[in-house]
Ligand binder design. Structure first.
Ligand code: H79
Length: 428
């Protein structure tokens, strides 16, 4: 039954489960996309989208001055929102390094920041008991050896092979591969224990890049050797290997589409407003209800959610992000038991109308999330399966009656002051 796939290392499934136990339990993390793109404040792909040259982009390097950078405040906000791990962009596609790399001058220490921003992030989040992860872009639109491909800011639309060959004269991917290795090695040796490595991303095919361009097998071997406990995403293009990735990464996928990942190990990454970097004029901010649906929906399908913040160029979380995080925290304060350690419900429990279910296999509690409030909630075919019911946030009893094979919950007339109330069911 189990598909035979090649192996890079020799970890057993049981060993992998143990290595990933904290991550699977914790369910909820913070993504942080911060870089020079916070200055133009119109998408982290601005260099690509507007085909900016290195020279044009240099303005942002020269003016980068995050004089309100306070990672302790970031960490406190993440913790208050109930997030258990955080992943920071140490370098995004633009190539700018937030850390003090020996292998480039294109780094935060050479800007008005004059500091290793990655080190301060690591220290601040660790101090709050939050696990730390590094996002590192495989793509690099600044490095002189990274070849111009179909996604590069200097790409040519429908360019012939000969055109690309001419454009790439003098660029040497061997050197870039070594740079990649060197920098990842720095990140995994100079900052203590790193819990997650989030590499982004492969786009194999014509005018693309994939595993051979990164020397991905050897890169992953090095990563595992330097940090044996680390958890690595699936964007190295090593799909042909059983152990080429630790988790799948559905990006900005709708809640309804998460069902397809059931039974796999995955984390969906989501944004507040669409872009990942700070985007001043974006008007598509999700409501608290939508954000909570993403969190609950992920757990109800057996996965994690990593929710992104794009700090401003000065180093602050934008007020809209602060307020969204606060609202999530308000909900988590009363209801986090339906998130941590939870997964999808056993098949024998039908999902009641306008609800999402999560289940804690250890305590055997079933959680019914009331997306649209109705004080008489029907639990179809639940007769005989339930011992007791209560609201999760205040442990107040919810009485119920039977109607054929169904259970009817008699919830309070008026919705409790809670964005999405949760009923906790003690099972028979
Ligand atoms: O780092 C974040 C994104 O920048 C990166 N991965 C997450 C974690 C990523 N976003 N999208 N993609 C990778 C896939 C590429 C999408 C594109 Fe486009 C569509 C590139 C060009 C068109 C999105 C829309 C980016 C620019 C316009």
């Amino acid at each position: 039954q189990a598909q035979e796939k090649k192996m890079i290392g020799q970890e057993t499934p049981a060993q992998k489960e143990k290595r990933m136990a904290w991550w699977t339990h914790d369910r909820f993390g913070m993504f942080i996309h911060w870089g020079l793109y916070a200055l133009p404040a119109r998408h982290e792909w601005v260099k690509h989208n507007e085909r900016l040259t290195n020279e044009q982009y240099q303005t942002y390097f020269d003016l980068f001055n995050p004089n309100q950078f306070d990672p302790k405040s970031w960490a406190k906000q993440a913790k208050a929102a109930g997030m258990k791990y955080a992943v920071l962009t140490t370098k995004h596609h633009e190539g700018f390094c937030l850390f003090d790399s020996r292998y480039t001058d294109y780094k935060a220490t050479n800007t008005k920041a004059h500091r290793d921003l990655v080190r301060e992030f690591v220290n601040a989040f660790r101090a709050e008991g939050i696990k730390v992860g590094f996002y590192y872009s495989l793509i690099d639109w600044h490095h002189p050896d990274f070849t111009i491909d179909g996604m590069h800011p200097q790409r040519v639309e429908n360019g012939a092979d000969s055109t690309y060959a001419r454009l790439n004269k003098g660029r040497d991917m061997n050197k870039y591969r070594q740079y990649l290795r060197n920098q990842i090695s720095e990140l995994l040796t100079q900052y203590g224990k790193i819990d997650i490595l989030w590499l982004d991303f492969s786009y194999p095919g014509k005018n693309g890049k994939g595993k051979d361009d990164w020397d991905a097998v050897n890169l992953l071997k090095m990563i595992r050797k330097l940090q044996p406990g680390i958890i690595v995403d699936n964007r190295l293009n090593l799909e042909e290997y059983e152990d080429g990735a630790d988790f799948l990464t559905p990006e900005q996928v709708k809640v309804e589409e998460l069902a397809q990942y059931r039974g796999k190990t995955w984390e969906t990454c989501q944004t507040f407003s669409g872009s990942w970097g700070y985007y001043r004029d974006e008007n598509s901010w999700k409501s608290t209800h939508q954000l909570l649906e993403l969190l609950i929906g992920s757990v109800s399908k057996g996965g994690n959610l990593i929710l992104n913040v794009g700090p401003t160029a000065r180093g602050l979380f934008d007020y809209r992000a602060q307020s969204a995080l606060g609202n999530i925290g308000d909900w988590m304060k009363g209801n986090s038991e339906s998130i941590y350690g939870c997964t999808y419900a056993p098949e024998s429990f039908e999902v009641p109308k306008n609800t999402m279910l999560t289940y804690n296999p250890t305590t055997q509690r079933l959680y019914v999330h009331l997306l649209e409030y109705n004080n008489r909630l029907q639990l179809p075919q639940y007769k005989g399966k339930i011992k007791y019911a209560q609201l999760l946030h205040d442990n107040s009893e919810v009485k119920f009656t039977t109607d054929g094979n169904n259970i009817i919950l008699n919830l309070p007339e008026k919705q409790p002051d809670m964005e999405i109330p949760v009923v906790e069911l003690v099972l028979n």
